[in-house]
Design a protein around this ligand. Sequence first.
Ligand code: 5RP
Length: 229
Amino acid sequence: MTTSPSLTQDELKALVGQAALRYIVPGEIVGVGTGSTVNKFIDALATVKDQVRGAVSSSVASTERLRAIGIPVFDANEVEQLGVYIDGADEIDGQGHMVKGGGAALTREKIVAALARQFVCIADASKLVDTLGRYPLPVEVIPMASAHIVRRFAALGGTAALRLQAGQPLVTDNGQHILDVTGLSITDPLALESEINQWPGVVTVGIFARQKASVCLLGTAQGVRILTY
Ligand code: 5RP
């Protein structure tokens, strides 16, 4: 497909949201992520909603959108396996490792991704990077562990800041807080994900290396590039 070089980021998101429809398995339950790119996917899903049995969603926000278009949303505990999980990313590298959590939904995103045979990442071209770490790394933490975790990131050369919303700590769908960490160059995503996961008080780190993308639909000025990993 050839597109105009003047497409906006929003239009690129709509392009990949639409392209993701071809990964849906008719009659099955689809895993649905969170964010502005996924919102485009949900808009596209509305046009073929009779083809899916329902969805498992990674956030309250996506659940509300899915229900608004008439798609039944199942609890993750009701589903043993999903054919596909479709979600965006804040960054994705050449191996399909991602940084996610810009929308604060990283924990549920990892849970739903773990149920799926295939992770299809949908992203505009600005998200493709050589090395993860330019985008602040989101980490969901239990509030009483925040200061300790900030110090552990400082020891790694990172600066962790509590995410705020309207001047107050943002509270996730799981009732926890988010730290956003700058100054890290994530050259070994698997190792760093494992290390941070061990720290007491870390609920989820936004490095998706163990549950990396199997496919990325990348919206570019030339159309949708399909990257497989
Ligand atoms: C939410 C996420 C999103 O996938 C990520 O932030 C990308 O969002 P957008 O599609 O709005 O750019 O991880 O927690």
